[in-house]
Design a protein around this ligand. Structure first.
Ligand SMILES: Nc1ncnc2c1ncn2[C@@H]1O[C@H](COP(=O)(O)OP(=O)(O)OP(=O)(O)O)[C@@H](O)[C@H]1O
Ligand SMILES: [Mg+2]
Length: 252
């Protein structure tokens, strides 16, 4: 295993309420990691600690140690804007900017100075849309609004937007929960294609999806990490009773 991100003894509080308790986990460079667990167990909260998205919540406080390639992402010297480009995020509800398809993808590379000129920028946009499996569908309508696309296309546009700044890790928080089964299958295929190029962490409520797309699965319950291991082991031979109860649908 090549460790891309490593979290040790992480706690998250919202005011005085503790949402995550002493979670330690390594994220592999070359594999897809799934976070599963019942609603409210802290999956999104923990996911957001990995690119400091919790910084945007005034009451949130994070303690512990989280590293990206060994570098402390909570160090005062860490540039958070840069960090969020390195550790990109895709949300539950597709959230394209109210701008053209081209501009949705070009925005990040432009503000991060990743393209030297217009030709370069157009290349980055094309490459990102191709990698996100959307190019063929949008290449003749790049100036149309991103919000005019279908839900599944919008989510792939958001993935293209994350890819465009050349991230190292992509965090996805229930990226298919607003999509129909066909659009969901398309995103799952895409996750397979992106695996290996980016470290990927996906939160999902859909156990079949976790089993299909991930190689590592982490089961959270009541703010703690109950069990973390190979996806096949978690689903066929869990070590913890609480994991077994959850995956067999005894609670959720
Ligand atoms: N901004 C916030 N302010 C206060 N409490 C919050 C905030 N966000 C989440 N919480 C609380 O933290 C706990 C964990 O929430 P979180 O959203 O991380 O769970 P989750 O596992 O992602 O749930 P779901 O599966 O429903 O998305 C919950 O008790 C929730 O109410
Ligand atoms: Mg959530």
């Amino acid at each position: 295993m090549t460790i891309k991100m490593s979290a040790k003894n992480v706690n998250v509080f919202y005011g005085t309420k503790q949402a995550i308790t002493d979670v330690s986990i390594d994220v592999d460079q070359d594999e897809v990691t799934a976070f599963i667990g019942p609603s409210g167990c802290g999956k999104s909260t923990f996911l957001r600690t990995l690119n400091r998205m919790n910084d945007t919540v005034a009451s949130a406080k994070v303690t512990g140690d989280i590293r990206l390639d060994g570098e402390d992402i909570y160090a005062p010297s860490m540039d958070v804007v840069q960090l969020r480009a390195r550790v990109g995020m895709v949300f539950q509800k597709p959230n394209p900017f109210p701008k053209s398809i081209f501009e949705n993808v070009a925005y990040g590379p432009r503000i991060h100075g990743l393209a030297a000129n217009k030709t370069d920028l157009a290349e980055v946009v094309e490459k990102s849309l191709k990698r996100a499996g959307l190019w063929e569908e949008v290449k003749d309508r790049l100036s149309e609004s991103g919000t005019a696309l279908s839900g599944g296309q919008q989510q792939r546009l958001c993935i293209a937007r994350a890819i465009a700044v050349d991230p190292e890790v992509i965090l996805m928080d229930e990226p298919c929960s607003a999509l129909d089964p066909i659009a969901t299958a398309r995103i799952e295929e895409l996750i397979h294609e992106l695996k290996g190029r980016y470290a990927i962490v996906i939160v999902t409520h859909n156990m079949q999806q976790a089993a299909r797309v991930s190689q590592r699965t982490a089961f959270f319950h009541l703010g703690t990490l109950v069990e973390y291991g190979n996806t096949s082991d978690i689903f066929t031979n869990p070590r913890q009773e609480r994991t077994k109860d959850y995956i067999t649908g005894r609670y959720g």
